[in-house]
Design a protein. Structure first.
Length: 398
């Protein structure tokens, strides 16, 4: 829908202006009249022509907004006033703009969940469904607190997994850069020196010199070829079949696959627990959880259970059949179903797997670190030894 800029006055004579989405000028005029605003002018806002990657809104900013919003609603402040204050004090300009639009949507007669749903890239289905459940149940403040807790724990889990990969990635990049630098700049100096000796070179030295010469002669081809392969991989990963295959391989990867599986289970149980405790139906909760699973293999397993539950089955049986979830998880879910405390049981599973992710991160770091160090030692040390072997032969002959 287009965005219109309006100017007008309230019945008390105070000047007002703002922006609102509407199907037409007539629809906007009706909305403004309902809010007792005398319209002076309405004009369509020119679209912003910008190239953007993502939404420009960080997850931590959304979590902070949720926590502050929950606190204000719990303190008894009117919703529009809360949104107005938050839009003014939020550090993220993009999020501030979105909060302002949400406030105007609420002022225009929309519910909070409807206004949030107009920005699906920032407020996902889980967020809007929980808010809607809170509005219908008259417990919006409690739901927002639960949502804030959920987002904070989910963000912490993501940071753990990302943090586990930062150190190995940096070390691997430095190792590759040092190796390429030695082959491209240091080895050629030795090659010139050996060329003047007219001596027979050892096999390791010849191999290193050949690799260095190949790298220098085909550097541009290798560079653009690597970029092309990376682009092709990213395109393949975005296709439905490629994404599913990549996620399957990821789960089967030694050590790292264990971390991905545990983090996926923690996210699944935490999300489902939060939705069920907020009053969302089991089928809707599972469908939303599948969309936020972060792994297509896990998402397909959840969707399989949705179909089975809709046909009258329990949640435990279908999840167990998929083979994706560990036996302990399905057994605890079964106990939760039988005792009527499924949301509490899921929350306990999520807490347990949060600790498991911590252990998996530590194990991954402890394994990858020595592997990379050994690799660097073998490659860099091998290049240096290969370069000094001819000198040892010359010194021995002398």
């Amino acid at each position: 829908m287009p965005i219109f800029v309006y100017k007008g006055k309230t019945l008390a004579g105070a000047a007002v202006q703002g922006e609102l989405k509407a199907k037409s000028r007539g629809d906007l005029e009706r909305v403004l009249r309902q809010n007792r605003i005398l319209v002076k002018s309405i004009s369509k806002k020119a679209p912003d022509i910008q190239i953007r990657f993502g939404t420009g809104v960080k997850k931590i900013d959304i979590s902070r907004f949720t926590r502050q919003f929950a606190t204000m609603i719990g303190a008894g402040l009117p919703m529009v006033q809360c949104l107005d204050i938050l839009s003014a004090q939020t550090e993220s300009k993009e999020l501030a703009k979105i909060i302002y639009q949400v406030k105007e949507g609420v002022q225009g007669g929309a519910t909070l969940s409807e206004a949030l749903a107009r920005h699906p890239k920032v407020f996902d289905a889980l967020y809007t469904n929980m808010v809607e459940a809170g509005e219908l149940g008259g417990a919006l403040d409690a739901i927002l607190v639960r949502l804030a807790l959920y987002r904070e724990k989910a963000d912490k889990l993501v940071r753990k997994v990302k943090g586990a990969m930062i150190y190995p990635s940096v070390v691997a990049f430095v190792a590759a850069a040092v190796t390429i630098g030695m082959l491209a700049f240091i080895v050629p100096v030795f090659a010139k020196m050996f060329g003047g000796l007219n001596a027979e070179l050892p096999t390791p030295t010849l191999v290193v010199l050949l690799i260095s010469h190949f790298l220098q002669s085909n550097f541009l081809y290798l560079f653009f070829g690597t970029l092309g392969l990376a682009g092709l991989f990213l395109w393949w990963k975005k296709t439905p079949g490629g994404a599913l295959m990549f996620d399957k391989i990821l789960l089967r990867t030694p050590v790292f696959g264990n971390l991905v599986r545990k983090s996926s289970v923690a996210r699944f149980t935490r999300t489902l627990s939060t939705l069920l405790a907020s009053g969302v139906s089991i089928l809707d909760a599972l469908e939303i959880t599948a969309k936020t699973a972060g792994n297509l293999v896990v998402a397909n397993a959840i969707n399989h259970s949705v179909v089975a539950i809709a046909e009258g089955d329990t949640i435990t049986g279908p999840l167990k059949e998929t083979g994706v979830f560990p036996p302990m998880v399905t057994q605890m879910i079964s106990v939760g179903e039988k005792t009527g405390g499924l949301d509490d049981m899921l929350s306990k599973i999520a807490d347990f797997y949060d600790d498991e992710v911590d252990d998996a991160v530590s194990a991954l770091t402890s394994i990858i670190e020595p592997i990379i160090i050994v690799f660097m030692g073998i490659v860099i040390g091998g290049i240096l030894i290969a370069m000094y072997l001819p000198m040892f032969d010359i010194i021995g002959k002398i």
